[in-house]
Design a protein around this ligand. Structure first.
Ligand SMILES: CC(C)(COP(=O)(O)OP(=O)(O)OC[C@H]1O[C@@H](n2cnc3c(N)ncnc32)[C@H](O)[C@@H]1OP(=O)(O)O)[C@@H](O)C(=O)NCCC(=O)NCCS
Length: 195
């Protein structure tokens, strides 16, 4: 497996990435945010965000594509949160090729890059957020499969904390799990809780 930043790909490789997305048929609601033929007009879609916003550009975040030789097998981004510059949001616009699911691909080949970005950019917490409709996905990060302890490069190496209430991030209720990268730093998540 090879994990690379979208912004380090050549123009042809970026085009191949979009061609791949255009061919995916995935009925999951999360895929609505990944591709649309008219993505130029849809600010929620991944191509729009990558091409027309700063969200994942150097200085704000990064977006990674995971390859198995030439096959695109996964993708996802990390960026500063909109509500606190010391909190990074990881696993943003994350999607795994259905042929590569159930192999913990994210654990070893995507999320370590997000954690490394957060550490390098002096973030003090790193969080994964989930919409109400996919909050069950948080469970897959909470458990530790037998024989696979979290090492220092793994997300949640310092432990996983979970908010018991939803917060509002960009006007949307979100469920949050997070890791403290700096144990001496606190954030009052109540201040963005859904009232
Ligand atoms: C969510 C997703 C990234 C997980 O990728 P993955 O490589 O299969 O993840 P893992 O191998 O680490 O974990 C697999 C586990 O997640 C579970 N899982 C996958 N999708 C799920 C969902 N929508 N709801 C609940 N659990 C889910 C699987 O059942 C499996 O659990 P099991 O081991 O008990 O059988 C992948 O299913 C995907 O790309 N889904 C569509 C996009 C999406 O939902 N993105 C939002 C991510 S926040």
């Amino acid at each position: 497996m090879n994990t690379v930043s979208y912004y380090s790909l050549s123009t042809n490789q970026q085009q191949d990435f979009f061609n791949y997305l255009s061919q995916v048929r995935d009925p999951s609601p999360a895929f609505d945010n990944m591709w649309a033929e008219d993505w130029n007009a849809k600010s929620n879609t991944l191509p729009y965000i990558l091409n027309k916003t700063e969200k994942f550009r150097p200085g704000s975040g990064d977006y990674f594509v995971v390859y198995d030789n030439d096959t695109i097998v996964g993708m996802g981004g990390v960026c500063y949160s909109s509500f606190n510059k010391f909190i990074a949001l990881a696993g943003v616009r994350t999607w795994v090729n259905p042929h590569y699911r159930n192999r913990a691909l994210l654990k070893e080949h995507l999320l370590p890059y997000h954690r490394a970005w957060a550490v390098a950019n002096k973030c003090r917490q790193i969080a994964l957020t989930f919409n109400d409709y996919n909050k069950n996905i948080a469970e897959i990060f909470k458990r530790n499969r037998a024989g696979t302890p979290r090492l220092e490069h793994n997300l949640f190496y310092n432990g996983l904390e979970e908010l018991k209430f939803p917060v509002i991030i960009q006007k949307t209720p979100q469920w949050v799990i997070y890791e403290r990268l700096d144990s001496s730093w606190n954030f009052n998540w109540d201040c963005i809780s859904q009232k």
